[in-house]
Design a protein around this ligand. Structure first.
Ligand SMILES: [Zn+2]
Ligand SMILES: [Zn+2]
Length: 154
């Protein structure tokens, strides 16, 4: 599924289940990790995790879109758009949405953590699959000090 098809699907579900137009953008965002989708309060855009389409197909994308469209429409209508709000729970039930999306299968790839270290002197970045104590190492390029910068999953 491409962004254009996702956009068309979001517009269709919005009309069909909410009786209101979806006038913003729905796009795939490969950087989403644990969540199936998110609604951006500032831009009103909806982002969908493409892994959910890869693993579960269109059915799960529709379920996620229903959830995000509840946030979207309630927010634009000035109603309770947060998970804890009664408005949200009622609308979600009405359109047959779900509060939580399925967990993604925990294969080796999604589970693996990569540790990032960076030289404070020259900025060279080191990627390691295992955690290491940066105090015990020096930069291979300039012998500068190394520090941990970020931890991400891929
Ligand atoms: Zn939500
Ligand atoms: Zn260095």
């Amino acid at each position: 599924m491409q962004d254009m098809e996702l956009q068309a699907l979001a517009e269709q579900i919005s009309e069909q289940y909410f009786g209101r137009p979806f006038k913003h953008r729905a796009i795939f965002n490969a950087h989403l990790r644990t969540t199936g989708g998110r609604y951006m309060l500032q831009t009103h855009h909806i982002e969908i995790n493409p892994k959910y389409f890869q693993y579960y197909g269109t059915t799960e994308v529709i379920a996620i879109l229903k959830h995000e469209l509840c946030h979207y429409h309630l927010h634009l209508l000035g109603k309770g758009y947060r998970h804890r709000d009664r408005d949200f729970k009622e609308l979600l039930a009405k359109v047959g949405g779900q509060m939580h999306c399925k967990p993604l299968p925990q294969d080796e790839k999604t589970k693996r953590t990569i540790h990032f270290y960076q030289c404070v002197e020259c900025g060279l970045v080191y990627k390691r699959k295992r955690r290491m104590d940066p105090r015990k190492y020096a930069c291979g390029n300039c012998s500068g000090k190394i520090q941990k910068v970020e931890e991400i999953l891929d």
